[in-house]
Design a protein around this ligand. Sequence first.
Ligand code: PLP
Length: 380
Amino acid sequence: MLSRRTAHASETNPFFLALAKRRIEGRPTIDLTVSNPTDLAFPYDEDAILSALSDRRSLRYEPEPFGLPQARSAAAATLGAAASQVVLTTSTSEAYSLLFKLLCDPGDDVLIPEPSYPLFEHLAQFDGVHIVPYRLLYDGAWHVDLDSVRRGIGPRTRAIVMVSPNNPTGNYAKRDELVAIAEHGLPIISDEVFAEYGLREVPARVRSAIDIEGELTFALSGLSKLAALPQMKAGWIAVAGRRERVDEALSRLELLIDSYLSVGAPVQHALSQLIGASEVTRHAIRTRIRANYHRAVAGVAGSAATVLDAEGGWSAVIRLPRVDTETSLALRFLEEHGVFVHPGHFFDFREEPYFVVSLLASELEFARGIAELRKMVDDL
Ligand SMILES: Cc1ncc(COP(=O)(O)O)c(C=O)c1O
């Protein structure tokens, strides 16, 4: 009676069962998977945020498929785009869904990086799109395996997704990688939600994929990460490329978005002020992720674990010695050391064992978690 595209395996994963059991037993847990910035004691310019949301213009309904002009301008400025190139959405997830509908028919292929953000699988499946992974390789730094991009392209490929910096590996798309990918002539979807969260300077990166000459490029960002305000529900897509392709894409997007008109008026009227007020939060997040990343590197130095190089984003990847499976190690870390991490296979790492840790955790919790990791690794 229900669609195949919404079917999913219902078995509960052992990590969440073990975590739930600990919570019932009242045992304390250090959670290094935290991702909700509003729960993590970052400073917000609360007065500016709340006053932005009480704009009287929100009392009027103004249906504008691409968003209200002043909101489009504010969003465009974050990517260095023109307002006319920018379309508002409620989130990046919604942006993916719109772009899959715009670019693909059911059964078409989209290339996505591996390892990367696990939600792609669902987002693609809900739109009847088939994902084909291309590899990211690590040799002390992460690189796009351009051969695997080439091998992944087939007659039904409709787009190539890049995530810059990637979640969870933290590598920015480099100019030469983007140029090589653009040469395939396929639309590029560039997820730039973490772009402002560099762990250090990365000279080879581009500011946005829309700065590269290509046939058709879509850059995605939004308040969820840029302003650490996922609850406001505002994201955006900047469209760039060959003039006639951009015009046609915008015209079809207009029809698609006009059928939903999902972005609310209050957030659109508030957008410019919310973005303007966000630097205090971004600065605090940057300070924390940098401190935690360095803590992780220092904490495992000289042990059998390695923190992989990362250039940006909210996560770090730690490679463990191959003495047991990733699942056993992550469960043991939770059971015996009270620390909850994501195993690498959640993000489709092909090899194991890897742990993925959130750099957003408080510095105290993070330091404790890393100290426990050191103990576990030294005991292995
Ligand atoms: C790579 C990436 N893109 C998009 C998102 C989600 O953004 P939004 O809240 O705008 O849907 C996330 C969330 O973690 C992410 O990791």
